[in-house]
Ligand binder design. Structure first.
Ligand SMILES: *Cc1c(COP(=O)(O)O)cnc(C)c1O
Length: 337
């Protein structure tokens, strides 16, 4: 039985064409800056997003961490959503490894950090306080595309307060496709953007951080210290280049399939669909059923992220077609009938 894995868009298998591109990639030692495929990937994303330079890193976590370390010094502080990946799901790396204090801000339901709360959170220049240096946003945030008018206003506010602005753009291209914007438009308000290739874009490994030449030089030093300097990593960068060529426009299919999934699940009485945002569907089911639902889904060959709030997250991706969506809806319906 083939499993329909809706836990995350990180579970995709590299396609045959992607594997071909990887095996054909020209490579070199990237720690010496000599891998042509890595350079091509870094330069391409930097150019497309409107920045001077890019840096290929093994993961989104490391890309965000290298960015925070490049923007902030020991004893600095960054403003970040309480439900942001960088704050909540990256092991507290910036605090542990960088002595950078997070100032978590409660996210509004659309993922924004209210400007009046941000304003109250900037610390005065006084030895009692950490030095507020950076604002970090996330787009998409739990699948939601941040309203671009908000992003522009928040970045303007941050600049006015002397703060730099970083975007955790793990699913940046989902936001680009869903909002029918250009990468440049969505990236323009930021000083740095991290983009994951290993989520909806379907590459096996890798993220790219883009920013000014100065910032990327600092991040390159941190990447080395973090153990992320890789050698013939063009093998991996080639998968990223292939994904940029072939897997961006098709993200619209993932979004449509997530909507198809949400529509199917709305037809099941015991399920409350909280929302469908880009390629993610969030549903609530009565808490007492969660454990049994998980078992039922597994036995029927469907995997979901269960146990976070809302109670179930379902994510569509490259390896989920319409038939898989319809089958998943049937399996949920079976459980509740
Ligand atoms: C997945 C993710 C990351 C981290 O990426 P990894 O490659 O898993 O380390 C960062 N931010 C967001 C919003 C993510 O979804």
């Amino acid at each position: 039985m083939s499993v329909i894995d809706l836990r995350s868009d990180t579970v995709t298998q590299p396609t045959a064409a992607m594997r071909d591109a990887m095996s054909a990639a020209p490579v070199g030692d990237d720690v010496y800056g000599e891998d042509p495929s890595v350079r091509a990937l870094e330069q391409r994303l930097a150019t497309e997003l409107g920045f001077e330079r890019g840096l290929f890193l093994p993961s989104g976590t490391q890309a965000n961490l290298a960015a925070l370390l490049a923007h902030c010094q020991r004893g600095d502080e960054y403003l970040v959503g309480m439900e942001a990946h960088t704050y909540k799901y990256e092991g507290g790396g910036a605090a542990v490894l960088g002595s950078i204090q997070p100032q978590p801000i409660l996210n509004a339901t659309d993922g924004t950090l209210p400007l009046e709360v941000l304003e109250r959170s900037v610390k005065p220049d006084d030895p009692h306080f950490a030095r507020t240096r950076l604002l970090a946003l996330e787009n998409t945030w739990h699948g939601r595309v941040l309203p671009q008018e908000y992003v522009i206003r928040a970045a303007e506010w941050a600049r006015g307060r002397g703060l730099a602005v970083h975007l955790d753009g793990a699913r940046f291209f989902n936001a680009v496709v869903a909002s029918e914007s250009t990468p440049r438009e969505l990236a323009a308000p930021f000083d740095s953007v991290s983009v994951c290739l290993s989520k909806g874009l379907g590459a096996p490994v890798g993220s790219v951080l883009v920013g000014s030449a100065t910032l990327i030089a600092a991040a390159t030093r941190w990447r080395k210290m973090l153990g992320g300097g890789m050698r013939q990593s063009g093998i991996l960068a080639a998968a990223g280049l292939h994904a940029l060529d072939h897997h961006i426009d098709r993200l619209a299919e993932d979004h449509a399939r997530a909507e198809r999934l949400a529509a199917g699940l709305r037809g099941i009485d015991s399920i409350t669909v909280q929302g469908r945002f880009t390629n993610m569907v969030f549903i609530d089911v009565p808490g007492e059923h969660l454990r049994a639902l998980d078992t039922h889904l597994r036995e029927a060959g469907v995997r979901a992220s269960i146990g976070y709030l809302p109670s179930v997250r379902l994510v569509t991706h490259l390896d989920v077609d319409d038939a898989a969506v319809d089958r998943a809806v049937e399996v949920f319906a079976d459980f509740f009938s």
